[in-house]
Design a protein around this ligand. Structure first.
Ligand code: NAD
Ligand code: MG
Length: 302
């Protein structure tokens, strides 16, 4: 349950005070982070997202959908009429089950697909299982991501550099390559990039370049697969309140002030991104491909 029960997403209100503002308590946890260890609890739209039939009977695969931004997208997709396969790491099964519960409560099919996307063989299995259990694939969201802050290049190991690129960039390549042969004209691919693609933090020397690569890959692939009638776009979040951040994505002192640098003085909540994923996945975005939708709290460079 989120702490924002009774939220009406269509009621006009001041975006600065709509959600919690820093300071936040320090809350270290191991990666991959868990939603239930977060304080305050993030809002993924559980009690607020209202579907309008925008994705009737679509079949969607969302990686990293157990928590955070992927969870918000998965819940919204289901409420818009889609069946949703969710990718996650085996350690995240409790979070994944909660998302499955939300999808099923919307009257849609949920498929749970645990595994490590930094492994090429698993990426192929992930897509094959999603296609088989959903009966096809219309929407692919490459959203799983690894972010681990390191102060200096002298402490950044080859192992971490490699793992970040495999998880954020190679997995997108492997999953997309396996998925495309199954995707019909009208299908949509959405990749999660970041403001880091354009405004990199000094502590994210491996992560920020992966997000630049994701943005660039999105634009190149969009041109390549237009001839199949498939659209490819990206969403670029600024600071969002998800388990990625307190589980090593930021040093703990940065968690205390997280999101305070935005013009609204707070981080975004995953629920505030759901509409962007739904829009790009839906036929409403029929003339959009190779585009990047920023949701950065006032500093979009895209
Ligand atoms: P999150 O921790 O809730 O989600 C990330 C998910 O990635 C995890 O739940 C996990 O299931 C998955 N994942 C990580 N490594 C994996 C692996 N090896 N195999 C399979 N799955 C793996 O955090 P989030 O912030 O919602 O992250 C979602 C995406 O948003 C990421 O790509 C992240 O880079 C991006 N992003 C987040 C922010 C932010 O401030 N939170 C800002 C910009 C971009
Ligand atoms: Mg998670």
């Amino acid at each position: 349950m989120s702490s924002h029960d009774g939220n009406d997403p269509y009621r006009m209100r001041d975006p600065r005070t709509q959600y919690p503002q820093p300071p936040f308590p320090r809350q270290p946890q191991n990666a991959p982070g868990e939603v239930r260890r977060m304080d305050p609890m993030p809002d993924h739209g559980e009690t607020s997202y209202r579907g309008a039939g925008k994705l009737p009977n679509r079949k969607a695969l969302v990686t990293g959908a157990d928590s955070g931004i992927g969870r918000a997208a998965a819940i919204a997709f289901a409420r818009e009429g889609a069946d949703v396969a969710i990718g996650f790491l085996p350690d995240e099964e409790a979070d994944a089950r909660e998302v499955a519960r939300q999808i099923e409560a919307a009257g849609r099919k949920a498929v749970l697909l645990p595994g490590d996307v930094s492994d090429e063989a698993f990426c192929k299995t992930l897509v094959a299982d999603a296609v088989r259990q959903l009966g096809g694939l219309d929407i692919l969201v490459n959203n799983a991501g690894k972010q681990t802050a390191v102060k200096s290049i002298t402490e950044l190991t080859t192992e971490q550099f490699d793992a970040t690129f495999r998880t954020n960039v190679y997995a997108m390549f492997w999953i997309t390559k396996a998925a495309l042969p199954h995707m019909p004209a009208g299908a949509a691919i959405i990749n999660t990039t970041s403001i880091q693609a354009m405004q990199p933090s000094p502590t994210l020397l491996d992560y920020a370049p992966t997000k630049a690569a994701i943005m660039n890959f999105t634009k190149a692939l969009a041109k390549q697969v237009a001839e199949k009638g498939i659209r490819v776009n990206a969403v670029a979040p600024g600071p969002f309140w998800t388990p990625l951040q307190p589980s090593g994505g930021q040093p703990q002192e940065k968690i205390e002030e997280f999101g305070g640098q935005t013009v609204f003085g707070r981080p975004g909540q995953p629920a505030e991104l759901a509409g962007a994923y739904v829009f790009l996945a839906s036929q409403e975005a029929s003339f959009m491909t190779g585009e990047v939708i920023g949701a950065t709290g006032g500093s979009t460079p895209f």
